[in-house]
Design a protein around this ligand. Structure first.
Ligand SMILES: [Zn+2]
Length: 494
């Protein structure tokens, strides 16, 4: 797509060789972003060499070195907090993280000895279940108790634990909340309630009736990788099952999960009950205190005064790693944003410097409750008071061709003008604050933020199927062109 002289060199995916084989040619100072180069970066970052880039693991560390190496060869300035340290440290900001990894194999079996006829469901890892990633080890067989959406809030008249015994049992609850319940409910709160009530594990799934939000995002009924992120550092072991398995468990009770969910939602009737069935959950999980690594590089501003101001261009690099033997490559999430970051670093470095400093931030720990970006906001390498904007690029490799852009703590004018400059006025759809992503800690700290994601569905979201072959070049290209124009405007505004 680009006329650039970029030679797509053959990728040598031998361990350690991949990063040396990547082209970083400095041609085309005023050219367009090069989608083929971005796709190459996505392929490399999604490769087994990086083992899914889980924060705090060896693969995560290697991905940090890959990005730091690129920053170095592009001629960026190291911008880690220890700029005087050893060469590698100069690019890095490190912070604490607890790494949990589920080892293979993981087993989940439901049995219904009293059903007619008696039955067993052996669930398939990945497509039918995923252990929640910060689950402790478990080897347990226990009765199942359905607790609706898993909410216990008697003060608001909705207590799905009332009158059901869950001690030493495994609770099963739907994702989300009934539409009539007024508060937002975090998964961690459901886990906390289940633990406080004496449950020994949980099973969760997306009910057949999707919330409006889930339907709009194109979310389905597959199990997704995620963390409980409980306050307690030893959460209950838990598993996310597919909607299909959830329905089968109800079917074994001669019940329809659809009818039950409609009644929960519309009739406001609690349907909690002990199920005729047992669940067997078995896996081993490892847990270690390690370091997260944010990689920081800058292009110093040229204006003698405004160079103290900084525009942060951020993209998280981490993903879920290797869990229970499944590789979560994270091509769209967020090798795509990382590739845009690297491509814009190359382009901006080859142009005359902007008035303000541009800080390129490759964050880690995003999938684990935004740990890396939160750490940066708590330990900024440039004062937040001088941070004129933080642009976050996440999930930009798929979609319907439009860009969804969330603007907070600033006027939308600059984004409108950037879209126009990039020839993307028809494509850029502007909204207010988005609640998820690495911009959130910045927004909360009062920094102006712009979150950029490709619009439409991301069907492989948080699944092992998020692989490079699904990436669409023109989506990447659109995101890179808009973010380039936006970064330059913010970095040069009077
Ligand atoms: Zn993610």
């Amino acid at each position: 797509m680009s006329p650039s002289g970029c030679v797509i060199r053959s990728m040598l995916f031998m361990s350690g060789v991949a990063m040396l084989a990547l082209p970083v040619d400095a041609a085309e100072p005023f050219g367009l972003p090069d989608p083929s180069r971005m796709v190459q970066d996505i392929q490399v970052l999604s490769h087994l060499d990086f083992a899914g880039r889980q924060t705090g693991t060896e693969g995560g560390r290697r991905s940090a070195e890959y990005v730091a190496d690129r920053f170095d060869r592009l001629g960026l300035t190291p911008a880690g907090p220890q700029r005087m340290g050893t060469e590698r440290k100069a690019w890095e900001q490190t912070g604490p993280v607890t790494v949990t990894q589920i080892e293979a194999p993981a087993t989940l079996v439901f049995s219904f000895p009293e059903a007619h006829p008696p039955g067993t469901i052996v669930s398939q890892l990945g497509s039918q279940f995923l252990p929640v990633l910060d689950s402790p080890s478990i080897n347990l067989t226990a009765p199942l108790v359905f607790v609706g959406y898993g909410i216990a809030d008697p003060a608001r008249g909705w207590d799905e634990y009332e009158g059901v015994a869950v001690r030493d049992r495994v609770v099963m609850f739907l994702r989300g909340k009934p539409p009539h319940y007024p508060l937002h409910v975090q998964h961690a709160e459901k886990e906390q309630i289940a633990r406080a009530k004496g449950a020994v594990g949980f099973v969760t799934f997306t009910g057949p009736v999707l919330s409006r939000y889930a339907a709009r995002r194109g979310m389905g009924h597959q199990p997704l990788a995620f963390y409980t992120n409980a306050e307690d550092d030893r959460p209950l072991p838990g598993v996310w099952i597919s909607g299909e398995i959830g329905a089968a468990i109800f079917h074994a009770q001669a019940l329809s999960v659809t009818d039950v969910q409609i009644s929960l939602n519309n009739d406001r009737v609690v349907h909690s009950k002990a199920l005729n069935g047992l669940v067997h959950m078995q896996w081993t999980s490892q847990r270690q205190a390690r370091s997260l690594v944010n990689v920081l590089g800058s292009i110093p501003g040229r204006d003698p005064v405004l160079k103290d101001d900084v525009v942060i261009l951020g993209a998280h690099r981490d993903h879920f790693g290797n869990q229970a033997g499944l590789l979560f490559a994270g091509a769209d999430d967020n090798a795509s944003g990382t590739a845009v970051l690297l491509e814009l670093a190359r382009m901006l470095k080859n142009r005359p410097a902007s008035k303000r400093t541009i800080l390129f931030a490759s964050f880690s720990g995003e999938e684990q409750n935004l740990l890396g970006s939160t750490w940066y906001v708590q330990h900024p390498t440039h004062p937040l008071a001088h941070t004129v904007a933080m642009i976050n690029v996440d999930h930009v490799g798929l979609g319907n061709g439009e860009l969804t852009v969330g603007v907070a703590n600033m006027s939308k004018d600059v984004a409108v003008r950037a879209a126009k400059q990039a020839g993307l006025s028809e494509v850029v759809k502007l909204y207010g604050f988005f609640p998820g992503g690495d911009h959130v800690p910045f927004t909360k700290a009062g920094v102006p933020t712009v979150a950029v994601v490709t619009a439409g569905t991301h069907p492989h979201f948080h699944q092992a199927s998020d692989t490079p072959d699904t990436i669409q070049l023109d989506r990447l290209d659109t995101a890179a062109r808009f973010v380039l124009a936006l970064t330059q405007r913010l970095a040069n505004a009077p």
